[in-house]
Write a protein that binds this ligand. Sequence first.
Ligand code: F6P
Length: 323
Amino acid sequence: MKKIAVFTSGGDSPGMNACIRSVVRSAISLDLEVFGIKYGYDGMIRGEIKKMESQSVSNIVQTGGTILKSARSEEFRTKEGRKKAYENLKKHGIEGIVAIGGDGTFTGANLFYDEFGIPVVGAPGTIDNDLYGSDYTIGFDTAVNTALDAIDKIRDTAASHDRVFFVEVMGRHSGYIAIQSGIGGGAEMVMVPETSTTIDDVISKLREGRDNKKGSSIIVVAEGDAQGSAHEIAARVKIHTPNMDIKVTNLGHIQRGGAPTAFDRILASRLGLAAVEGLINGQKGVMVGVIDNKITYTNLKLSISKSKPLNQELVRLTKILSI
Ligand code: F6P
């Protein structure tokens, strides 16, 4: 293998830049030519492919976002779109690709590998931490710390006013950000898609808190919770708790930005090198990850089809500590 390409796709996550830097510099160190594809699959279809040098990735290890930009591509969902993308890779003599992204990115990568046989190694870049085959994904740790910082601030004002706050964090199908920021932020309750919490459960918990002389309470809600958004849940709870002062904060996209934590920079750098070495050593159609702090390669089909269960120890911990 002589030439490889790297791209980022789907929702960005802090640490993607550190991963791009690692892929580019690892490839150059290992005598490969490396190309950057802008705007993910969309850019592959449009031919936005440029050779990268070691200095193309200077001063980015500490920055959020992605210098290669990102997009969610509709055209790549079609066979014609994928064919155009493949022709563009062929034009540049690219023999292997590193795809940095989440489950949508890997669904596309897996199809592409099946149809054209081009070696693909995925590097898990998503704040959701929802990919089977890696204990952690790039950006998750930063997102948790961002959410935690916000929860700490909300706690100050909640305590001053004896209020109940519902704080919505990201996680379409996954409660990882919610559970970790909830434990770190001392939440009274965490609502996640993986476990069912009813409105009655919430009301009982809040009343129990008041009986135990709690002045304020924080409930962290993952955006994918079955009961709906934090606003919807709060509105339903309010009907039954007229004496409680209830507020809602949706943290939204601030969780996707900012300087990556040391953990994310190091994880991203390790995964970038392992992705390049994987391609050189004949890995294809896989996602690189870390399990028990060791580099692993998991079939892409498994990484997108198997769900990663929420750590039950953390779920139990939240309940025990919230009395
Ligand atoms: O998959 C990462 C993620 O941040 C989810 O947590 C969230 O639901 C989604 O992306 C938001 O996507 P967009 O930026 O396209 O609205």
